[in-house]
Design a protein around this ligand. Structure first.
Ligand SMILES: *Cc1c(COP(=O)(O)O)cnc(C)c1O
Length: 229
């Protein structure tokens, strides 16, 4: 086996262990392999190893890879901060946008009257900012309900749940417990919005214990990232 295959297998088995430790069915977890800064050829290798869900955080890079790999059956997850003026382009290739954190971005992703009638729904996660730094991506937890109400009233948008990155300087488990509480609040507005996008290479076990359904894992599978270009 290649190193990539070894790392993928090791992470998959750790995820299964974590799910069992949490009393959860591993089949309810989606593992997204974050391929940012890596070439399209790595995504192709991952697809050959059975990976379907891949995550990218920069629009230009994601768009180029999605178009180069259009022959593969992949689901692209957009996980980075997103400018509203790029949103409609991202909507064309991204199956799920994990980083929706403001009403203007919801509006930019929503269906418009001049969209073709068969335009697919855009699935979104509402990203929470768990830090005190408003410059970080995400909505302040106290503003989640207002953003959710806006998204739920917007045509063409399907709210899947909440997303977050555990902040430095806090135990990931307690950060993810806050995400779970926010998820409960969201579900009281939108019972179907039950997914939780949380957990990265260093903390996915804690995320699984706190109910994460979508894990975003980069380096533990891909190895270290090349420098951004
Ligand atoms: C890069 C990134 C990840 C993956 O991080 P690793 O530590 O490499 O697993 C997950 N989520 C977001 C939002 C990212 O930008």
């Amino acid at each position: 086996m290649t190193d990539l295959a070894d790392r993928l297998a090791a992470v998959r088995s750790e995820i299964e262990d974590a799910a069992r430790a949490a009393g959860r069915d591993p089949g309810e977890l989606t593992t997204i392999v974050v391929t940012k800064f890596h070439p399209a050829s790595l995504v192709r290798e991952l697809r050959a190893l059975g990976v379907r869900d891949v995550g990218e955080n920069r629009h230009q890079e994601a768009q180029a890879k999605a178009s180069e790999l259009a022959d593969l059956d992949l689901a692209w997850h957009f996980i980075g901060q997103l400018q509203s003026n790029k949103a409609r382009q991202v909507r064309r290739y991204a199956h799920i946008v994990h980083s929706v954190d403001r009403a203007a971005l919801v509006d930019a992703l929503a269906r418009r009257e001049d969209d073709p009638a068969d335009t697919p729904l855009t699935d979104v996660f509402l990203q929470l900012n768990l830090t005190d730094d408003p410059g970080r991506g995400g909505v302040a937890p106290g503003a989640l309900e207002a953003l959710a109400e806006h998204a739920l009233a917007s045509p063409g948008i399907r709210v899947r749940g909440v997303m977050a990155v555990a902040p430095l300087g806090e135990e990931p488990r307690s950060a993810f417990a806050r995400v779970r509480a926010a998820s409960d609040r969201l579900r009281s507005l939108a019972p179907d919005a039950r997914d939780i996008s949380a957990g990265m290479s260093g903390d996915f076990r804690d995320a699984v214990l706190e109910g994460a359904t979508h894990l975003r894992i980069g380096t533990a599978i891909t190895g270290s990232r090349p420098a951004p270009r």
